[in-house]
Design a protein around this ligand. Structure first.
Ligand SMILES: C[S@@+](CC[C@H](N)C(=O)[O-])C[C@H]1O[C@@H](n2cnc3c(N)ncnc32)[C@H](O)[C@@H]1O
Length: 179
């Protein structure tokens, strides 16, 4: 089974969780991007030292951490799940990356991305669709968006790359969009 199908299958659990969510809505299950694919995503967006990177739905913080540590970015994650937000913030502190990396515990649909040079997403198509108007309104010209496995409906990607094997025999597709 592909990781894409597994993530869609996890949607059932998300739908239950959404009923509890008063402030905002859980738009995707937690399903981490393999580290090899994280690096490809950041390379694909050509992240440069000092740029601002946001990972929307940052999970355990792996994209934020790599963006700060390996690419020298100012990296921000937005995570709805409190435990994941707390754990990833603690990991950032332990790694002495707090000056370069931060996790916001909140709803990705209620943040300001006007400072972003790069946005990364690994979300379901429905979530990408909900985000699109916000990103169209807020993102500056030249900002890049990298989407893992699920396209942003309504946008035409500039580039697509297929990663045939993530080390565990799974393939992944990444899409690059430019504003
Ligand atoms: C598929 S995981 C991706 C995690 C991480 N970006 C990665 O690629 O490893 C999606 C994440 O989005 C979070 N999420 C779902 N809805 C959200 C919302 N409305 N606001 C912020 N985070 C959300 C989930 O809790 C989950 O951690």
């Amino acid at each position: 089974m592909t990781n894409r199908r597994e993530m869609i299958a996890a949607l059932g659990a998300v739908a239950l969780g959404a009923q509890e969510a008063k402030k905002g809505e859980k738009l995707a299950p937690y399903y981490p991007t393999p580290e090899l694919v994280v690096e490809k995503m950041l390379q694909f967006a050509a992240v440069k030292r000092g740029e601002t990177v946001f990972d929307l739905g940052s999970g355990d913080g792996r994209i934020v951490i790599m963006a700060a540590q390996k690419f020298g970015a100012n990296a921000m994650g937005v995570e709805f799940d409190k435990d994941l937000a707390v754990q990833s913030s603690e990991r950032i502190k332990r790694m002495n990356l707090a000056s370069k990396a931060k996790i916001i515990h909140g709803d990705m649909l209620q943040q300001d991305y006007s400072s972003a040079d790069v946005i990364t997403v690994y979300l379901l198509p429905v979530a990408n669709e909900k985000l699109r108007p916000l990103l169209e309104k807020q993102l500056k010209k030249g900002a890049r968006i990298v989407a893992h496995d699920f396209e942003v409906g309504g946008w035409k990607y500039d580039k697509q790359e297929i990663i045939e094997d993530d080390g565990e025999g799974r393939s992944h597709t990444i899409f690059l969009y430019k504003r």
